[in-house]
Design a protein around this ligand. Structure first.
Ligand SMILES: Cc1cc2nc3c(=O)[nH]c(=O)nc-3n(C[C@H](O)[C@H](O)[C@H](O)COP(=O)(O)O)c2cc1C
Length: 247
């Protein structure tokens, strides 16, 4: 039989249950915050950054191969002057730009056209670009922002405190997803990806030479620390850091 007016014990029971329920819901929220997981809507990334197209840097890169090769040097001192977005676009296109749309072929060779490489950017001092971590998307010739902020010092600390990384306008980090090339070539695929990093790095060196920018290929860094800083996916490894700045 139902009682018309619940007595005090029933009321107390309901109140306690309500408090417990609310408590569980709130602590659930706290857990979510503490777990470091980003709330879903903060994952809404900024729009990709459109980079200046080939026509815009064609002339700047139109320097004789003889000059680019003979003037290529590792440069470790940079001025505070900002890099332009066009200069950055030229470097990224040289590194991994698409030169044949139909088959997706790129500026740098790749074993079996498997394209296991990625280029990340730690941006510090580039016109029209807020400091932060980005990834180059060759297909769209755009930049995807991963997170905003100043990360030069963190990156420098992964690399025995090498000053060029801290002083760079932008650091290009070349990584490899070995699986993409190992799926076709087995164990040997890892070697192919490492060789490919060399091709990409040389393209960046030669473009820096043509654009009168400074860069140096840096191989001495702690892999695990770079993986953590760049939030790399499982199976993706950094192979080179290339700081870039005006001479
Ligand atoms: C695989 C590799 C790793 C390198 N690692 C570093 C490095 O960690 N730090 C650095 O200052 N230079 C590094 N360099 C650049 C060399 O020191 C440089 O190429 C060499 O001194 C010759 O000078 P050049 O590039 O001006 O001709 C590296 C070069 C290569 C090829």
């Amino acid at each position: 039989m139902f009682v018309k007016y619940p007595d005090k014990r029933v009321l107390a029971f309901f109140t306690m249950t309500l408090i417990l329920l609310l408590g569980t819901m709130t602590s659930g929220c706290e857990l979510n915050e503490d777990s470091g997981e980003e709330p879903e809507n903060s994952k809404e990334q900024a729009e990709p950054v459109e980079l200046p197209a080939e026509e815009e840097f064609k002339e700047q890169l139109d320097v004789s191969l003889m000059d680019s090769l003979s003037e290529r040097r590792s440069v470790r001192d940079y001025s505070d002057e900002k890099l332009t977005l066009t200069e950055l676009a030229a470097l990224l296109w040289s590194a991994q730009g698409i030169t044949e749309k139909q088959r997706g072929y790129r500026t740098a060779p790749s074993a079996g056209a498997t394209y296991p490489m990625e280029v990340y950017l730690v941006v510090e001092n580039v016109e029209e670009l807020s400091p932060g971590l980005y990834r180059y998307s060759p297909d769209e010739h755009t930049l995807e922002q991963i997170k905003e902020g100043h990360f030069n010092e963190d990156l420098k600390n992964t690399a025995l405190g090498q000053d060029p990384i801290g002083d760079a306008s932008v650091n290009l980090v070349i990584t490899a997803v070995y699986e993409r090339v190992m799926n076709r070539y087995g164990e040997r695929g890892e070697r192919y990806a490492k060789i490919e990093a060399g091709h990409i790095s040389q393209n960046i060196y030669l473009s820096c030479s043509a654009l009168e920018l400074g860069t140096v290929a840096i191989g001495a860094f702690n892999d695990e620390q770079v993986i953590e800083l760049l939030q790399l996916q499982e199976g993706e490894y950094p192979l080179y850091i290339m700081p870039v700045g005006k001479r």
